[in-house]
Structure formats: C-alpha cells, structure tokens
Design a protein around this ligand. Structure first.
Ligand SMILES: Nc1ncnc2c1ncn2[C@@H]1O[C@H](COP(=O)(O)OP(=O)(O)OP(=O)(O)O)[C@@H](O)[C@H]1O
Length: 672
C-alpha cells in the first residue's frame, strides 16, 4: 500500500513510515554563487513499498536519493530526516540501509554464490548469525532472485565473460539483501539493461519488497509502462522541486485532473515530458518553465489543502472541493475522492507549510506536518567523520578476506601465467647471459650485472601487475570501506598474503636457477642469505605496488608514474651511479631507494671472500671482492642492517598505503 506522507504518524493500515523527510533543501557552491539543488522536499516511505524517484536529467533524483541514504558530501543540507520516527543514528542507519550502485561493483572472478556468501559472512554479525544461518540466507536470496541456476558462474567484467547484465544487477541487489536491510536503495537499476532484464529486476525487487516488508527506493530514468505499473509510489521531481509524491496509480488521474491528460501510452514518458524544460527556443523555455512551476505550485497547494484535513475541518475540505480553491477542479475532486474512498485514503498528504504537529483523522487520512521544517536553517547538517563500529572480530574478517582474495588471485590466470612465463624466461636469459662466472676481471662486471638484474627483476615485473590488480578492485574496496564492511588492516593483511605464494614460488625457482647457472658462490650460507635478501625485496615491492595503487586513482596514470618512479630510483641503487659520488643534494635519495639496500646486501654477500685474477695485467684490476664492494661504495651498511632497512621500507610502504586509504575513503557525509 502506498502513502503520501512526511511524518511518523501511523497510517490507516497501522504501519508507520520507515523513512520520512521534511523540508529538505540542498545547496551547492557553483561559480559565482550558490545553487539550490533540492527545494523544500518532504515525503515518506513505508515498509513493503516499491518507490520510484523519477524526473528528467538533472532534476535532482540522485541528489535526493543520496541525501536520504546519508551519502551526500559537500554543499549545505537543511531539513529533517527520520528513520522509524526518530533522528537517524549514522552508524545503525548505515547497517539498516543497503545501497546498490548504478555500476555493479563486484569482483569479476568470484562466482555469484561466492559474492553473496562473502557479503553475508562480512556483513552479518557472528554474534547474531551462525554459519549455517548465513548460508541459509544466501540460499534464500539466490532462490528469490532466480540466481540458483547461475550460482557457480563467475560475475565477469573487465573483458571477462560472466553472467548476463540482468543477472549481474540481481547479484548486486542480492549482495545487499543478504544483509537483511530495512531499506534498499537502488541507483538506476535498469540502466544498461534490455527491457526484459530491466522488467525482471523491477518485478523481483517488488516481490522481495513485499515478501520481506522491505522499503525499496530507486531512481529510474525512463521505465516502460509495465515497470511503472509495478511501483507502489512515485516521487516526481522537476528542477529539484516536488511535482508529485503519492501512489503510482493515482499519478495519472492527478495530472489529468490538473488539466494534463496523458499524451503518451507510457506514463513515465508522459510525466517526463510534462516536467522537462524545453530549451529549444526562448519561448518554449518560458512556456515549459511556467508549466513546471505551476505543477510544483499546484502540488504544494494540493498538499497544503490536504494538510488541513482534520476531523473537525472536514467541512473546510468540502468547501474547498466545492470551490476548487487552489486546485484544478479535477484535483479537488480527486482529493475529495481520496477522503471518501477508504481505498484511496491511503493517499496521506503532508503539508510543508502548516505549523501543526501530526494528526490523524477518523477516516484514516493522516495529515502530517513537522514543525521543525518551518525554519530550514534550523536543522543544518552535521558532518559524519566516524566510521561505523566493526561487525565481526578482526580474525574472522581476515579469514573471510583471505579466502576471497586467495580465490581471486589464483583465478587471475593472466597474472599467474604471466609470472610463470616471465620467471622462466628470466631464468633462461639471465642464467645463460651470465653463464658459469669464473674469477677473472670480466666476471667482476658480470657478477655486478647479474646481481643488479636480479634486483630489477624483483621489482618492475612484480610492482606493475600487482598494482594493476589492486587498482582494478579499488572501487569495490572503496564501496566496502564506506559501508564499514571490514577493517582496513584486515584488508591489507589478507590482500598482501594472497599475493605472496603466487609471487614467491616462481621467483624462488627463477632465483635458484639463476644462482646456480651463473655460478654465484656455491656456499649454503651465502645462498640462503641471498635468498632472504630477495624475499625481503619482493615484500618491499608488494608494499610499493600497494602505495602506487592508493596514491593514484586512474590506471593509465599509475602505469606511467610507477615505472617512471622505479626507473628514477634505479639511478640511486648503487649500480648505475657510484653510491658515494652522487651529487650531494640528491644523495639522500639512495636512503629511500628500494634498490639500494638489497643491492648493497647482495653485493657484499657475493663478493665477500672472492679473489680475482688480473689476466694480462693491463688496466685496473680488482684482486678481491672487498675491493669491488668498496669501489662501488656499497660497504656503508652491513648486510643485516640493509636487510632490516629494506624490510622496514616495505612495512613503511604498507603503512603509507593504509594511511592513504583511510584518508581517501574516510566518510565525510552530511548528516541530518
Ligand atoms: N555537488 C554539486 N555541485 C554542483 N552541481 C551539482 C552538484 N550535485 C548535483 N549538482 C547538479 O544538480 C542537478 C541535479 O543533479 P542530480 O545528479 O541529482 O540529477 P539527476 O536527476 O540524478 O540527473 P541524471 O538523471 O542525469 O543523473 C544537476 O544539474 C547537477 O549538475
């Protein structure tokens, strides 16, 4: 049953609004002044209702939906919003409201069932739901959204074939529904879908709303007539102003009664045509602006009149209906019909102008007014900066994320195959270019070369693909982050750990092969130290990849910045320039250089204890490994200090990315 309401008074059916708002005004700064995006919007929605917010492009649909969902950032917001009759608490409200973005933000390599299961495991508290109950919820949502058949199919996207567009949208909805919300908000759920998929999404959403007594609110562009017929309530906006809020089936008669008979078989197109300002000529613009303004004024008058319907004032309405004061005759008649017909009496009007509190008449018609709305500046928004408290324990979050991230990593076929091929190619090329090094002067140059090559190969080919994978999941991460789905420390640990095996295994094989083919020192101690240095460098490379993925938000920019940064740092690694003779003003860079410490450690480890022959005695000659280390200026810090600093650098990269993520995705929502 649909209602037109702004307050918390019970309806004839006995249910109170789940969400009500009054006198919402939202201003943003634009060049040279302030622009009002929402003008004095009031309304209410009830459990079990399917509500569509419609209007032409730029009418303010998304803004209204974001304001109601507590997701608006920047600008000035005034008015009042109540959840179940009381001012909303930002944290508990966020847990009760599920928001489905227009773009389906999900991981492409997870299956439908895994996506829903992860959502249930992370977003339902362990204290209230057992594992079996969470599974049962996933099963029931799969069934209700007709997804059981495709539950083992991957979501797809980013060029990967997956479920269809309509199914993907249903999975997005399902991932929210498993959390058992009271309000479901959908941003343009039909966009990008063919008409039959869009209709299915809407009809299933309606079915779920009714079955679960869930209030579903959606913005929608141009729904088909069949879709309009599914809606219980319509909120029509034009230029940020309210043109209609009420039962969907009453909308056409309302406009007809105002003197606007339907001109299009699709009611949605008719409403949009009616509410759109025509910019084709000055005359058309003035005419359509006047029409839109009259629609807004008429609705305000309509509400005001209905707002005065009190048991003791029914005569006033009767006289108003008779005289048609302020309304078209037809509209007054419609209002009268609403009073007299208890079925239509579900139209519950609200006044944004009266200064009385809520009232309900004996006929079941409720007129509601919220006194706070009289002064729009009184209820200015607060800024919500605090994150919702965690739902589950840190360990439980890490375990769920670890499982999810591990599945995603091993399903990244191109990443894993690329790593394997790359490591095999490096093993063959590097190993055989620096084949079986001896102890002559050429071997000095070759040892210096092979060690620096190993360092470079442990950074560039790791950083770029890992950074790409992390960036591809940024939007999902930010969505989950803003919903307080898990702690960021849990994310970093799980995501980082999920990469370790797939990177370390091929690299260990490559490194071991190169080590023995090149005949670096055959000494167990030295081998394992070199191995440890490589392991620490890989850890730091992963940290660097995380940092890059958090600093830059566009993939193409990251793909330029990361290699350029690494290439610049290469200069300070101790191989291409002498570590001690870099221009003093730039010399400090070597201390933050990811290459310098592991290279210094590898050089000391390999050259220490070696002696070299001088051949024919022409030119300079290194007789011992220590001379080489000294000549390269790489004896400033001992091996273990280098390893510790490299490890610390890696940790610093993780901490830096964690800080960036917390700062970048920190909630800064306007809240009333
Ligand atoms: N932060 C902002 N700064 C400046 N203008 C804004 C801001 N937010 C919204 N607007 C403007 O307010 C108007 C309403 O925007 P909104 O996105 O709510 O419209 P919409 O009805 O959802 O449009 P569409 O259907 O095209 O998405 C638009 O003209 C938009 O440009």
């Amino acid at each position: 049953m649909a209602h037109l309401d702004t307050g918390a008074a019970p309806t004839p059916g006995g249910s109170a609004p789940i969400l009500s708002w009054s006198n919402l005004n939202y201003d943003v700064k634009v060049n040279g002044g302030v622009r009002r995006i929402l003008h004095d919007i009031s309304g209410a929605v009830y459990p079990g209702e399917l509500v569509a917010i419609m209007g032409s492009s730029g009418a303010g649909k998304t803004t209204l939906m974001n304001v109601l969902s507590g997701r608006v950032q920047g600008g000035k917001l005034h008015g009042e919003i109540n959840f179940m009759g009381a001012k909303r608490d930002p944290h508990s409200f966020k847990r009760m409201l599920a928001f489905v973005e227009q773009d389906d933000l999900m991981y492409p390599t997870l299956t439908v069932e895994e996506t829903l299961r992860t959502s249930a495991q992370l977003r339902l508290p362990d204290t209230k739901y057992t594992r079996a109950e969470k599974e049962a919820r996933v099963e029931s949502v799969l069934r209700q959204l007709r997804l059981s058949r495709v539950k083992d199919s991957m979501i797809g996207g980013n060029g990967m074939r997956g479920v269809s567009g309509g199914e993907r949208k249903r999975v997005s909805i399902g991932a929210e529904l498993v959390t058992d919300p009271s309000i479901l908000v959908l941003d343009e759920p039909s966009s990008g879908l063919d008409s039959s998929s869009a209709e299915m999404v809407i009809s299933l959403t309606k079915e779920m709303s009714h079955e679960r007594n869930l209030c579903t609110l959606m913005t929608i562009h141009q729904p088909s007539a069949e879709m309009v017929a599914q809606f219980d309530k319509l909120i029509l906006l034009a230029q940020g102003k309210l043109v209609y809020i009420g039962p969907a089936k009453e909308a056409l008669p309302y406009f007809e009664n105002l003197g606007f008979p339907p001109t299009n078989p699709n009611p949605a197109n008719f409403f949009i045509d009616l509410m759109t300002v025509d910019f084709s000529s000055t005359e058309a613009m003035h005419k359509s602006e006047a029409r839109v303004q009259s629609l807004v004024d008429n609705f305000a008058d309509f509400r005001e009149r209905r707002g005065r319907i009190l048991p003791s004032q029914k005569e006033q309405l009767d006289s108003a209906v008779t005289t048609g004061n302020g309304l078209g005759d037809g509209a007054a008649a419609a209002a009268n019909a609403a009073v007299n017909d208890s079925a239509s009496a579900s139209i519950v009007m609200a006044s944004s102008r009266s200064s009385k509190d809520s009232h309900a008449d004996s006929a079941g018609i409720t007129s509601v007014y919220n006194a706070a709305g009289a002064d729009i500046t009184r209820e200015a928004a607060d800024l919500v900066l605090v994150e919702p408290p965690p739902l589950n324990s840190w360990v439980s979050e890490v375990l769920v994320l670890l499982r999810r991230d591990w599945i995603m990593t091993i399903r990244s076929r191109s990443f894993i195959n690329g790593l394997i091929v790359q490591c095999l190619a490096m093993l063959i090329f590097v190993g055989f270019v620096f084949f079986q090094l001896k102890h002559d002067q050429q071997s000095v140059q070759n040892r210096v070369g092979v060690l620096y090559t190993l360092i470079l190969l442990s950074t560039f080919p790791v950083v770029i693909p890992v950074m790409t994978i992390i960036m591809a999941g940024r939007s999902v991460l930010f969505r989950e982050r803003s919903g307080g789905t898990y702690r960021m420390t849990a994310y970093f640990l799980a995501r980082g750990l999920s990469f370790f095996p797939v990177i370390y295994v091929p690299y260990i094989i490559m490194f071991t092969g190169v080590y023995f083919i090149s005949h670096l020192q055959y000494d167990a101690g030295k081998f394992f130290i070199a191995f440890a240095i490589l392991a620490v460098l890989l850890f730091a490379s992963l940290g660097f990849a995380f940092s890059m993925a958090m600093i830059v938000d566009r993939m193409e920019v990251a793909h330029t910045i990361a290699p350029v940064t690494l290439a610049t740092l290469m200069l300070f690694g101790g191989n291409l320039s002498n570590a001690n003779s870099i221009t003093p003003v730039l010399r400090w860079i070597k201390y933050i250089c990811i290459f310098y410490y592991p290279y210094s450690a590898l050089m000391q480890n390999e050259f220490d204890g070696l002696a070299f022959t001088c051949g024919n005695g022409k030119g300079s000659c290194y007789t011992t490994g220590s001379e080489v280390i000294h000549a390269y200026g790489l004896d400033e810090l001992s091996i273990h200090v280098c390893v510790i600093i490299c490890l610390s650098l890696g940790i610093a990269f993780y901490i830096f990315s964690y800080g960036l993520l917390r700062w970048a995705a920190k909630p800064r929502f306007l809240w009333i």
